[in-house]
Design a protein around this ligand. Sequence first.
Ligand SMILES: C[S@@+](CC[C@H](N)C(=O)[O-])C[C@H]1O[C@@H](n2cnc3c(N)ncnc32)[C@H](O)[C@@H]1O
Length: 208
Amino acid sequence: MATILRDLSYRYQWLYDGISRLSALSVGGEGRFRRLALEGLTIEPDTKVLDLCCGSGQTTQVLVERSRQVTGLDASPFSIKRAQHNVPQAKYVEAFAEAMPFAENQFDLVHTSVAMHEMEPDQLQKIFSEVHRVLKPGGSFAMIDFHQPTNPLFVPGVAVFLLLFETETAWQLLKTDLAAALAAIGFNVTKQTFHAGGSLQVIQAQKS
Ligand SMILES: C[S@@+](CC[C@H](N)C(=O)[O-])C[C@H]1O[C@@H](n2cnc3c(N)ncnc32)[C@H](O)[C@@H]1O
């Protein structure tokens, strides 16, 4: 379902960022939220990084502080324009995540934050396959997204958030075993951690 708030939050960056900041309090603030998926990964200045579905560059900003070789990809021309303005240190590509215009074995790290819940199940499969294709052997995929809360106290908050801002695909994602989906494609899932009462999950997976 979702409400007008979803459209407004995509139209007005201050609203999107305000909601993100508020939601991130559940993990100790936005600074921590933006770094959670990257914890434990080595990112050097020459690490080739792809921020998949980069939006307006919210986590791209964190990535360019560590690497000089960051590319942001998003399907929305508005998001790409904003990201170019907000984080000019990165390169940007307007494209669909399920058909990336990159040759295989290009990136050391593909990162994506709170975007996979916008994908239909078959789209998600294609995106994971694409991530596997564009990663170098030994490269890592790191993601953070929703998860079915394990602490019942978080269930009402997540339900209200999804009703206000998300569509059916976010509810489908709660029922999806993302780690199993990645393993089925050939990834070696090296880490899966849960945060905010289990309502957020971080997954890191390696291409062998
Ligand atoms: C909720 S935003 C997340 C933005 C940012 N990663 C963040 O952490 O705030 C989801 C983003 O995914 C992008 N997106 C949705 N479907 C996509 C697709 N099939 N291919 C590429 N980008 C897509 C949207 O344009 C949007 O910028």
